[in-house]
Design a protein around this ligand. Structure first.
Ligand SMILES: [Fe+2]
Ligand SMILES: [Fe+2]
Length: 266
């Protein structure tokens, strides 16, 4: 649903990072107190056959009337090739409600002059900020080229720090990135995760959701819920050797957030 992507007109432009004029808009989710959204990661589309599980996930999300929007947490493609990203885009355009995406290390094309060029053609934005229900939702590109163990780069740190100056300190915040920030992630924790999370020391960070690890990890520390989720791919296995593929639901009520994994048949 191409329109859905454009319904999210974030603050990137307003913060001086966007290439086109953008205005501050709300997602527009009505007035219900409870908010549910989905997060899906590591679909690793390679060809039309491998997009089938993404179609099933999209059908599952569409069938759940509670899901207000979906966040795609990177590794959409296999090697950042344009045909892969276009196939995935066609699948995600079937989502009937708005969606947002951040890139993963398999979405950059290391053979290109601008390694993000294919991703930007298809998914348009690497960083974004949205607000709804009193919450602020921030998506960042955590990639460091195609590396698996990454350090969030200085300019992203600066962008986050500048952005946080414009956010009221009591507003609950959810942060989304491809690479894990879970304090006890079994692998691939962002190498400067403490520095990044430290930026939120005087704000109300409540959730950090990521992919990349291909496994379900949920933990809470200092009032922040950290998650990684199994991949939703038939071209890749989970790193923790579990078989279930799927996506994650988050339920927000006030400043509280709970989560559940939803399996998708592979
Ligand atoms: Fe992945
Ligand atoms: Fe990854």
């Amino acid at each position: 649903m191409q329109l859905s992507r454009r319904q999210f007109i974030g603050l990137v432009g307003a913060l001086g990072l966007g290439g086109c004029a953008q205005t501050r808009q709300r997602i527009g989710l009505g007035s219900a107190k409870r908010l549910t959204f989905a997060a899906i990661n590591d679909v690793h589309v390679l060809d039309a056959r491998s997009a089938a599980i993404v179609h099933r996930a999209v059908q599952s999300i569409n069938a759940n009337a509670d899901v207000a929007f979906t966040v795609i947490l990177g590794d959409i493609a296999t090697a950042g090739r344009l045909p892969e990203l276009k196939l995935a885009l066609a699948s995600f355009n079937r989502l009937e409600r708005p969606w947002l995406a951040v890139p993963g290390n398999h979405d950059v094309c290391t053979a290109a002059t601008n390694i993000y060029s294919n991703y930007l053609i298809t998914f348009e934005r690497m960083n974004w900020m949205e607000e709804e229900k009193g919450w602020v939702f921030i998506g960042i590109d955590s990639c460091e080229g195609a590396k698996s163990d990454v350090t969030v780069r200085d300019w992203q740190i600066d962008w986050l720090a500048d952005s946080l100056e414009r956010i009221r300190r009591d507003r609950p915040i959810a942060l989304f990135a491809h690479h894990p920030f879970n304090p006890h992630s079994k692998a691939y924790r962002v190498q400067n995760a403490d520095e990044v999370i430290g930026l939120f020391a005087h704000h109300n960070l409540r959730l950090v959701a990521a992919g990349h690890y291909h496994g379900n990890q949920v933990e809470q520390q200092d009032g922040v819920l950290y998650t990684t989720t199994a991949c939703c791919s038939t071209t890749r296995d989970n790193f923790d050797n579990t078989a279930a593929k799927g996506y994650r639901l988050f339920h927000i009520e006030g400043e509280g957030v709970t989560t559940e994994f939803v399996e998708v048949p592979s």
